[in-house]
Design a protein around this ligand. Structure first.
Ligand code: GUN
Ligand code: ZN
Length: 456
């Protein structure tokens, strides 16, 4: 007899569990094969999990024949839909306390709100408190994997990794490297940044589901010597990630041009220091030229599209038509970019991505948005086959949506004709109230209707 455990602590192997209800998963990339062929919709599915992995995911009648005798299958409530956990490909957890700070575009916003907030992360108690609040909000929003910027303080990485390990979340994160154009208290040096990052790699990279990202904030705040050191570190640890910012704001781009007058464009700056390639992921990429898109595509580097941030900071409109040119598509993930971004709700983030695409002449289908939020993010982080899909062998990261989470959504859902329209209603009207359950590596870590795991 296999028992269902609710909100177990993430220690030791997860017990086998099986959930029954409707499911969506992926057969392919909708940007490549179109939404009809990409989407796998099973109206009556079973997702069976053991030891943190999915062992079966598909049509219930078929899976039932393969489940071990006596396996308990938990039926999900009405209006449920299982899907892969969301992948946030770019976010700053130290900015969670200053989310929704009004009135400035990127460079002033950094100086006025972000840097003061990050300076407080010298304090270990505050750091742990914010890390816990941020990760618990991820669970509430169905985010099961994230690429996270910390601050310049190594302790900010330790706190996040410790708390992520306790929740078994898949977190890729790193200490921000910053040796110029920032307040003194937030600056390191090329050597100190290198040494501290190397020690953090040794402590955290590959532990549980954690990975390290070498994190030069952006070309404005790192000297050539620091970018050189970051490139050297990546060559020494090629299975680590690189994350940074790229071509977000016109003032930022002009500043980079003044700082690196010999480079032909913004991407060329990072290329010069060996920071462009697979497992490199760059936030924004709003104002890139064709040469830059080509260089990203050829190298396998990815872009994190941050719709709520781009609107909130007035940065500009992301161009899917340019990113996804058929001859040289660039990997794109979706991201909250909190605190420039205004929410950790992935449904809200998808809704805003749709509106940006609309303003650029493309009414993005819901299938594309849900793919970007899950398997697209996995691909952008070079984790395809591990996360982002409900299929045997993948990490058992599952979101259970409530498709009728508010009266307004419930009445709209009465009129939908098919799964694509149902998904579109969710991403346009839904928010955290639609996240019924979040399963992390085979454990239910958020249960909207029964409270947090620790309280049960
Ligand atoms: N560019 C450099 N740092 C940041 C940051 O913290 N947020 C955003 N949105 N852009 C950046
Ligand atoms: Zn950012």
């Amino acid at each position: 007899m296999i028992r269902i455990r609710r909100g177990a602590k993430a220690t030791g192997p997860a017990s086998p569990v099986a959930l029954r209800g409707p499911m969506i998963a992926w057969r392919g990339d909708p940007f490549d094969v179109g939404e009809r062929r990409a989407l796998r919709h099973e109206p009556d599915a079973i997702v069976a999990m053991a030891d943190g992995r999915i062992v079966h995911a598909g049509d219930a009648a078929r899976v039932l024949r393969e489940l071990p005798q006596g396996t308990t299958v938990e039926r999900l409530p009405r209006n449920s839909l299982m899907l892969p956990g969301f992948v946030d490909t770019h976010v700053h957890y130290p900015q969670f306390p200053v989310i929704a700070s009004r009135g400035a575009q990127l460079l002033d916003w950094l100086a006025d709100y972000t840097f003061p907030s990050e300076a407080a992360f010298a304090n270990a108690r505050l750091t742990s408190r914010v890390a816990r609040a941020y990760l618990d909000e991820n669970l509430r929003q169905g985010i099961t994997s994230a690429a996270v910027f910390c601050t310049v303080h190594p302790g900010s990485v330790d706190a996040l990794m410790r708390e992520a390990l306790a929740r078994d979340l898949r977190i890729v994160a790193g200490k921000v490297l910053m040796d110029r154009n920032a307040p003194r208290a937030l600056r390191d040096t090329p050597k100190r940044g290198y040494d501290e990052s190397k020690a953090l790699i040794a402590r955290w990279h590959g532990r549980g589901r954690l990975g390290y990202a070498i994190t030069p904030r952006f070309a404005v705040t790192s000297s050539p010597a620091q970018l050189e050191a970051a490139g050297a570190l990546w060559r020494e640890h090629p299975d680590c990630w690189v994350q940074s910012h790229l071509s977000e704001n016109r003032g930022e781009i002009a500043w980079v041009r003044r700082l690196f007058p010999r480079e032909r464009d913004y991407v060329a700056v990072y290329e010069r220091f060996g920071l462009v390639g697979r497992r490199a992921i760059y936030g924004h990429g709003i104002h890139l030229a064709e040469r830059e898109w080509r260089a990203l595509a050829a190298s396998g580097a990815a872009v994190a599209h941050c719709p709520t941030s781009n609107l909130f900071l007035g940065s500009g409109l992301f161009r899917f038509d340019r990113a996804k040119k058929a001859a040289r598509p660039v990997e794109v993930g979706l991201a909250t970019d909190v605190g420039g971004g205004t929410t950790l709700s992935f449904l809200r983030t998808m809704g805003e991505a749709y509106k940006i695409a609309q303003l650029c002449g493309w009414p993005m289908p819901a299938v594309h948005a849900f793919w970007l939020a899950t398997q697209g993010g996995a691909r952008a982080l070079d984790l395809e086959g591990r996360i982002g899909n409900l299929a045997a062998g993948h990490d058992a990261d599952v979101v259970v949506l409530d498709l009728a989470s508010t009266p307004a959504i419930a009445q709209r859902m009465e009129r939908v004709r098919g799964i694509e329209e149902a998904l579109f209603v969710q991403m346009t009207m839904g928010d955290d109230r639609a996240i019924r359950e979040t399963w992390i590596a085979g454990r239910r870590q958020h249960d909207r209707d029964h409270g947090p795991a620790a309280a049960r």
